[in-house]
Ligand binder design. Structure first.
Ligand SMILES: [Zn+2]
Length: 158
């Protein structure tokens, strides 16, 4: 990755952190401690995610009630996400250079999800996290895990 992209990603992280502090979770709810199955919702895996369909489905199914077709488009890319807006919630990971990059973004709580699945150890967890932003904000700053919905909604893929 170029230095330019790294600088952009760092600036984005700062902006997101600022947004998180200044506008706590906006309209998003706090994730529940136990899995609560969501009402029926849907998503569409775009062709850019060829090869990642299985992990994306696994992430979607974590929340229950999911079906494919219509709903939230899911788009994949092989580079850090650099246009996750000020109020959108990004999820960060550390690249091989130790820099924070944005690897997932949910735009407008379900209008569009972008993933960089190749950047993380557990792309299904990344997908579950981003789908979770259809309803929930971040739970805390730290490593996400499958332990509970609250852990899925932590800020960082470690
Ligand atoms: Zn997030």
């Amino acid at each position: 990755m170029s230095k330019f992209v790294m600088r952009v990603a760092t600036a984005l992280f700062a902006a997101l952190a600022f947004g998180f502090v200044a506008v706590p979770l906006a309209s998003a709810q706090e994730a529940p401690a136990e899995t609560e199955f969501e009402a029926a919702w849907s998503y569409t895996i775009e062709s850019s995610c060829a090869g990642w369909e299985g992990v994306i489905r696994q992430g979607a199914n974590y929340w229950g009630g999911a079906s494919e077709g219509g709903g939230t488009p899911v788009r994949c890319q092989n580079s850090a996400i650099t246009d996750c807006g000020f109020f959108a919630e990004g999820v960060e990971t550390t690249d091989v250079h130790g820099n924070l990059i944005v690897v997932g973004c949910n735009y407008g709580m379900g209008q569009l999800i972008k993933l960089y699945p190749g950047a993380v150890n557990d792309p299904a967890l990344l997908a579950a996290h981003e789908f979770g932003h259809n309803w929930y904000g971040h739970s805390y700053n730290g490593c996400a895990s499958w332990a509970s919905p609250t852990d899925v909604m932590a800020t960082t893929m470690c």
